[in-house]
Each structure stands twice: as C-alpha cells, then as structure tokens.
Design a protein around this ligand. Structure first.
Ligand code: WTA
Length: 651
C-alpha cells in the first residue's frame, strides 16, 4: 500500500519563518547569555517578577539535592499573577475567557480575578487557615478552581490539586498524606454533556466510618445545581461564604523557598509521590518558559492550554506561567468531543486563539476523526502550536503543522515533568529549526546530558546506544522533595547517578548526528530485543506513519528466544478496511522499512481502543498483561475498563 507520506515531499526540518523570527521574544543570544553566566541569566529571569524583598544569592546548592533558589528573596506568587497587572493599569484586560461544557461562558478581567482571589483569601483566613497549612482542591475546570489555587498561594497555604477524574480512594490517600485541613470542591461537574456528582466522592473519601482526621471543612462551589448530601458544620457553600467576603486583601510576602504546592504523581511503586514545589524558583521558570517558548505577547495573544489543572501542565501553563505574564487565555471545562468533535476548533475560531498547547494523544485523536473537521473552521488566528506529555510521532507533528497550523506555525515540542516544574527541553520558536518528533535542545539556562549505564556521555548519532536523560545542573523550578519521604526523593531521582550528582529523569533519549534531542519515552518502555535497544515510541511512530493507522501502542513482551519481543496494538483510522493478515504484513513491512528488520513486531493486534489512564497515558502494563496472557493487574485508573475486553477480542 503506497503511503501518503511517500507521495508528498517530506521536509526534514522546519525553520521559523523570517517574519516569525523577527518578532520573536527570544533570539539565539539567550543561549550564549545563559552559557556565559548561568546564575546571572537566572537572576535576570527572576527580575521579570516582582520581589517584595530582593534576593541576595541566586543559588545555594550546599545541601544538594535540595536546592535553594533566590535566597533571601521574598515574593507573593498571587500578587505576581494578578495584583501587579491591575496596579499597572491592565485591570480591564481579560484574564480568562471561560467556556463551560454545556455552552455557558464567563469572562473574567484581571480586576475580576483579583476580586475573586481576594475574597477567597479573606474567607480562607477567616476559617483559621495559616501559612504552611495544606488545602486539597478537587474541582473541575472552572474559574473558582484557579482562584482557589491563587488564594492559597496568596496566603502561603500549600495546595494539593487532585484531578477531579480521580476516584474517592485516590483523593483520600492524597488528603491523608498531605494532612489537608480544607477540601475545596463542587457539587458536581459536567462531563460529556451530563452533570455528574463530585462532592459525593469527597464525602465518600473523607466521611463514613473512618473520617479523614485532618479535614476540618469542605468548601463547595455550586456548579451543576444537583442535590448534594450535606454535613452541617463541616460543609460550607462557596456562595454563602467566599462570595460574601471582602474583596480587599493585601498580599503578604513569603520566602522564595516557601512551599507553594504538592502534586501527586505515580511512581514505580503503588504509592503516589507528593512532589513538592516552592515559590520563587518555580515561578521564575514557569514565567520565563511561558514567555519565550510560547512567544507570548501580553494583551495581544489569546492563549489556550488544553490541560486540566489536575496535572502539572495545568499548574504551570494555565495558572502560574500565563497569569504571571498577563495572559488572556481560554479555559475550557469539558471534553473535546462534547457536544461533537468540532468543539476545540469552534473555540479557536470564536475566541481567535493564537497559541494552542495540547498533547500528542489529542492530535492523534483529531487525525482519527479526520481533517474535514478542523478544515471546516477558520483557524487562521493560530500562530504557534505546542505539545507536551509524550513523544510526538513525526506523522502527527506534520499533520498538526499542516492541518491545524496551516503550514505557518512553529511547533514547540516541550519536554518536562511534574518533577521539573517547568519546560526543560524545547525549541525556541523564533530560533530553532525543528525536526518533527524531536524536542530539540535544552532551553537557555538548562543543562542536560544523555549518558549510558556507566554515566558516560552517549555520542551524537550513535545508533546502538540510546541513553538516559539526566539533568546535570540544578534548575529553578526543580522539585524540592517528596512530601514526607525525603529518602524516596533521593532514591528515585538522585541515586542512579549519585557519584556524578545527576538528576535521573527516568526517560531514555538520544542525540542525533546534529545534536538534536530525541526523547524516547520512559526507560521502562524501552525494549531489549536480542540485545538491541528499541523504543516503543519509535515503533509506534513507524506504525502511525502508515496511512491506515490512527494510533498504536507497543510493548516489549517476554520472549524465550530474544529476551523481549515487540507486540503492537493498533487502532485503524476511520474508514480503513481491516484486511487482516494482509494489513498486518504491510504494517510489519512498514516498521521494518522505517527502523530495521529488528524492530518488526512479532504480533500486531488490530483493536478498537487502547487502555488509557484519565490523563491520557496508555497503560502499557495492561497491554503487557494481555500480550503475555496474564491475569490483569490493577485496572482502577482506566478511563474505560471495558477496553480490556475489546483488547482480548482484538487478539
Ligand atoms: C513524558 C508532563 C517526550 C516523559 C509535563 C516524562 C515527554 C513524562 C514529553 C512526564 C515530550 C513529557 N516528549 N516525552 N515533549 N513531555 N514527556 O510528569 O516520559 O505527567 O518523563 O509531566 O512525560 O510526565 P508528567
């Protein structure tokens, strides 16, 4: 089957247009500036913020791996995100164009946001909460969720946002681990056009026979208007409390290293890790990266990051980075196919979105739905596109570039982690000649290496040896620990290359001949076939490069002869006829052509769906179980447990 890709001229690299480069926030000089004096460079980025008291030392690394950045400095994170813009005369600028899933909308200016954050802060103080206390936020994507985060930041309370798609037991373990005194939630949330209860999950989590010992109150925003169980004394309606509080509040300054938030992320063991971020360094890097990577122009751009605040992308690129830069942004409550697949494109068109930041998995979903959907909309306002969360396969990159970006928008493929707090590796959109699928280079101020098992740097262009991505210099937004478990913090991130003092990111990566960084996915996703290392991402990318394929997931299954064997699960694009063995043979040939015969999957299963977590990550562990005919492990974080049955059917 001839592939479309072979018929079209395929560009190897995509430089920014001269027009884009000429107006870009960041030029090549940023790299040399950072190289010549890293500390001075970061001090300059920190100066983009307002400091109530200046810092007297950029970095104190004497207690490595726990860094102190901007030592002695004092700031208020919320003041930086809201008040200072109002004081500078931008109170009437729209901060948030909010779009509810049922179609309701709200517009909040920076003055409106200041008033909402101040009221919330006043009421949280009235409840007796004090700097250092923890607050759990379990809310859908509504403005009050953002205001709650900012109110915590304003008071020096440490927020722990728990994704509203998580179960009550996941919420409970996070509340207990952080010993949260307050939970902020809503009566319910809209999901795929229907109201669903949310407060009920909080009740289930913290009430019952074994109430959560730390929780004093539950503050509830009315969102869906459904009946909600109520525990008098403990439960408080937002509209009866926060909304009646004073909108005057003076922000107090906190130490640069004051804890800002905890965000739980899964590790290799079952217990989620509470990743701790602090104030000055985190905000500096979130703000810096948002400004340069997205080339954001305050007052001109309309920015939209499609993440949920339950993930780190929502923290850094909906709340702290954008608001610190006086962004006008779209915040959307719902799913991309509610009420239909046009939703995102309608929002882009209606709001004139200029910067759009999303995940590769959504781009592949758009591909599956077909280009006629975006083509039905005027997307000409877009001028920059971004991706995050997983390697983007070149085919999806090119589709994103041509179909959404009209061939004119630079794409920033941003590599980072909950732990890194902000973007680390990414093109600079006005400078970098991008290669589809590569995150390209560490940002100015960031230093990383790719090393082998013995910590030796892996040569550029080495084909056999993929290496480990390590970060060899501290960075401002780095995690400061795992809540309540500093030993685990050291073991997980700093023990693998303890002698060298490298941060071990857990990702495999390689440099190509030109020195571009290719992140190959988690090292536990790297397969070893007859002693050859092959990334699941590489094979997936090859498969998705085939015309018939919308999405694929590849795992290494145990094989008596070769150690591991490649097993692929594939979803076909809409309208493609499954010709069975013929198609499978063609797919195997494609992989063989793209990477080499060694990468040819042993088995390819055509399936209707892939098992995904609520954050959109493919659950490879389940696929491995299916491929190896094992009893399935824990399926509780699956969006749709029925998928597993359909996988077995596909086999
Ligand atoms: C993966 C999300 C390739 C990577 C911000 C990392 C990526 C993990 C990219 C962190 C990218 C994120 N290219 N892989 N551009 N961005 N990853 O903590 O494996 O949810 O270690 O943070 O996502 O996921 P997390």
């Amino acid at each position: 089957m001839p592939t479309e890709a072979t018929e079209k001229p395929v560009l190897a690299a995509y430089p920014p247009s001269a027009e884009f480069a000429a107006q870009a926030n960041g030029g090549a000089e940023l790299y040399s500036e950072a190289d010549s004096d890293r500390d001075a460079f970061w001090a300059k980025q920190a100066a983009r913020l307002h400091w109530h008291e200046p810092f007297n030392q950029v970095l104190d690394w004497s207690e490595a791996p726990v860094a102190k950045w901007f030592v002695g400095g004092k700031l208020n994170v919320a003041y930086n995100c809201v008040d200072r813009h109002v004081e500078a005369g931008y109170g009437d600028q729209v901060a948030i164009h909010w779009v509810g899933e049922p179609g309701d909308t709200r517009t909040l200016t920076y003055s409106d946001l200041l008033s909402l954050v101040s009221k919330t802060a006043n009421y949280l103080s009235e409840l007796g909460l004090q700097a250092g206390d923890r607050v759990a936020i379990y809310m859908p994507m509504i403005p009050e969720a953002i205001a709650s985060m900012l109110a915590c930041a304003r008071l020096g309370l440490t927020h722990s946002v728990v994704f509203a798609g998580f179960s009550s037991s996941a919420l409970r373990s996070r509340i207990d681990d952080a010993e949260a005194k307050l939970v902020i939630t809503t009566d319910g949330q809209f999901r795929r056009g229907k109201p669903a209860p949310l407060k009920a999950a909080v009740d289930e989590a913290i009430g019952g026979d074994t109430p959560a010992p730390s929780v004093e109150h539950v503050l509830v925003v009315r969102r869906t208007g459904e009946d909600t169980p109520w525990q008098a004394g403990r439960d408080l309606w937002w509209h009866e409390t926060v909304e009646k509080a004073s909108s005057e509040h003076t922000a107090e300054a906190f130490d640069s290293e004051h804890p800002l938030f905890l965000l739980y992320t899964s590790g290799t063991t079952g217990k989620p890790k509470g990743i701790l971020h602090t104030s000055g360094g985190y905000l500096t890097q979130a703000s810096y990266t948002h400004h340069y990577v997205f080339d954001h122009k305050p007052g001109e751009d309309v920015y939209w990051c499609t993440a949920d605040i339950g993930w780190v992308t929502g923290h850094s690129y909906i709340v702290y980075g954008p608001l610190s830069n006086r962004t006008t942004q779209v915040v959307y409550e719902g799913t991309p196919n509610s009420p239909n697949e046009h939703r995102h494109f309608e929002i882009i068109e209606n709001h004139g979105v200029t910067i759009y930041y999303t995940a590769p998995t959504l781009i592949r979903t758009f591909m599956k739905w077909g280009r006629e959907i975006p083509d039905a909309h005027n997307l000409s306002s877009l001028r920059l596109l971004g991706t995050v969360g997983e390697p983007i396969n070149p085919e999806a990159w090119r589709w994103y570039h041509s179909v959404l970006g009209g061939g004119r928008c630079p794409i920033v493929d941003t590599w980072w982690q909950t732990e890194t707090g902000a973007i680390m590796i990414s093109p600079l959109p006005g400078v970098t000649e991008c290669k589809p699928g590569s995150a390209m280079a560490p940002l100015p101020g960031i230093s990383m290496q790719i090393v082998d098992d013995e910590a030796h740097p892996v040569a550029r262009g080495a084909t056999e040896a993929n290496g480990y991505l390590v970060i060899d210099q501290p960075w401002p937004a780095m995690l400061r620990g795992i809540w309540g478990d500093m030993q685990r913090f050291k073991d997980t991130y700093w023990s693998r290359f303890a002698e060298q003092g490298y941060y071990f990111a857990g990702d495999g990566a390689k440099f190509d001949e030109d020195g571009a960084v290719w992140v190959l996915g988690r090292v536990d996703d790297v397969m070893n076939i007859s002693g050859h290392r092959i990334s699941t991402a590489e094979v997936e990318s090859a498969l998705v490069g085939h015309d018939a394929v919308a999405e694929s997931a590849v795992i290494g299954a145990t094989d008596a002869t070769t150690g591991q064997a490649i097993v692929a699960f594939v979803i076909l694009r809409q309208g493609v006829v499954n010709t069975g063995d013929e198609l499978v043979a063609d797919l195997r040939a494609t992989v063989s052509r793209d990477i080499g015969p060694i990468a040819k999957p042993r088995d390819i299963y055509i399936v209707p769906e892939l098992p995904k977590t609520r954050s959109g990550k493919i659950m490879r562990r389940l696929l491995r179980d299916v491929a190896e005919g094992r009893q399935l492990g824990d399926t509780s974080t699956l969006v749709d447990p029925g998928v597993v049955e359909s996988l077995r059917g596909g086999k």
